[in-house]
Ligand binder design. Structure first.
Ligand code: MRU
Length: 348
């Protein structure tokens, strides 16, 4: 599947302005299916069940969810109930709480009749700002990648990434992918090692889809392959996104990120984390204080996808008990730099 344009805005208001349109990421890359979310419940389900996902995108969807709720009930009780429902949909990414706080602050103190419009306007602004933040992350990351490529100008630059921190996970450009897209567009030869990212395969399904769509050379690898590739000198840098960076610089991201950081450290490979300020959580002291989402064991024990004939099938991987923590924490000491909209920082 190829989309029109290399990357697109992955969330927008519906034609009547009352709902939102998102890509159903459960269908990608096999089908490009836009869905309309028209009320609070639909927004909550889409976040909880991961029709849409990725820290900034969850925040943007929740912001519109609150606006849609206020269009029905703009009272303080309605606001509190909708806020409480949305904030519990996924516990780890701080962008969710950040976006809800933004909308709440924008409407509190307004007459009820003006609240919904103000909430929609704030949600629109969150989206516009997110696209701009990611573009700026891309510009700073581009300088970084240009410098890394200059060390070995005779061969492509090999970047390893984990999960999907692309435009599907944000409003546009992505965080970890923005420097890659800009480097590719600037003529720097980039090749990406894409961790498949079990159990939900965001790398194999979503990041590979994005890179294919953009024409960026890439190779999907099993999650356990990265260490060997680093040992063999086949990885110049790791770039990942994040769901939350705490006051001390610890980085919470998709399960498996920590093992990549350890392998990178052991092999002298720089490990970068790309994030907008909306993912920084100065109120949380360290990664140990972050709630780690526990998802259904079936995500580990079952695989679902189309067979060769295109029929959707679910297969059993095991019938044993399974544990499915969705995120892990990479200690700040393993992070070479944070690629932000303000530049590449060695500490946050
Ligand atoms: O469970 P997901 O798919 O929502 O997890 C997404 C990630 O871990 C991303 O790397 C992170 O949210 C950064 S998105 C720019």
């Amino acid at each position: 599947m190829i989309l029109e344009g290399k990357h697109i805005r992955s969330i927008a208001r519906t034609a009547d302005g009352k709902g939102i349109r998102i890509l159903d990421q459960r269908q990608l890359p096999w089908e490009i299916r836009w869905v309309e979310l028209r009320d609070l419940d639909a927004a909550a389900v889409a976040i909880r069940e991961m029709w849409t996902r990725g820290a900034p995108m969850i925040g943007a969807t929740a912001a519109y969810g609150l606006a849609m709720a206020l269009a029905v009930d703009a009272s303080d009780t309605g606001l509190d109930a909708a806020y409480a429902m949305l904030v519990e949909t996924r516990p780890t990414a701080i962008n969710l709480r950040w976006a809800l706080e933004q909308v709440r602050t924008a409407v509190e103190g307004l007459p009820y009749g003006e609240r919904a419009a103000a909430a929609y306007a704030r949600a629109d602004a969150i989206c516009d700002e997110d696209a701009e933040l990611c573009r700026a992350i891309g510009e700073h990351g581009l300088d970084l990648l240009r410098g890394l490529h200059a060390r070995h100008p005779d061969r492509p630059l090999n970047i390893l990434t984990h999960c999907n921190a692309g435009w599907l996970a944000t409003v546009d450009y992505g965080t970890a992918t923005a420097p890659i897209y800009l480097a590719h567009d600037a003529g720097i030869p980039v090749h990406v090692w894409v961790d498949e990212t079990r159990p939900r395969n965001q790398g194999a399904l979503l990041t590979a889809f994005e890179l294919r769509n953009h024409g960026v050379p890439h190779t999907v690898i099993a999650d356990n392959a990265g260490g060997l590739l680093m040992m063999q000198g086949q990885v110049d840098a790791v770039i990942v996104g994040t769901d939350r960076v705490t006051a001390n610089g610890d980085v919470c991201n998709k399960i498996g990120t920590y093992l990549k950081a350890l392998a990178a450290h052991d092999n002298g490979v720089p490990f970068y984390v790309a994030l907008p300020y909306t993912t920084f959580d100065p109120a949380t002291a360290s990664g140990a204080d972050i709630p780690i989402e526990a998802r259904a064991p079936e995500e580990v024990t079952r695989l679902t996808g189309p067979d060769e004939a295109g029929r959707i099938a679910t297969i059993r991987v095991t019938d044993s008990p399974a544990l499915n923590p969705a995120f892990d924490v990479t200690p700040a000491r393993l992070v070479t730099g944070y690629i932000t909209e303000r530049g590449v920082l060695d500490r946050i």
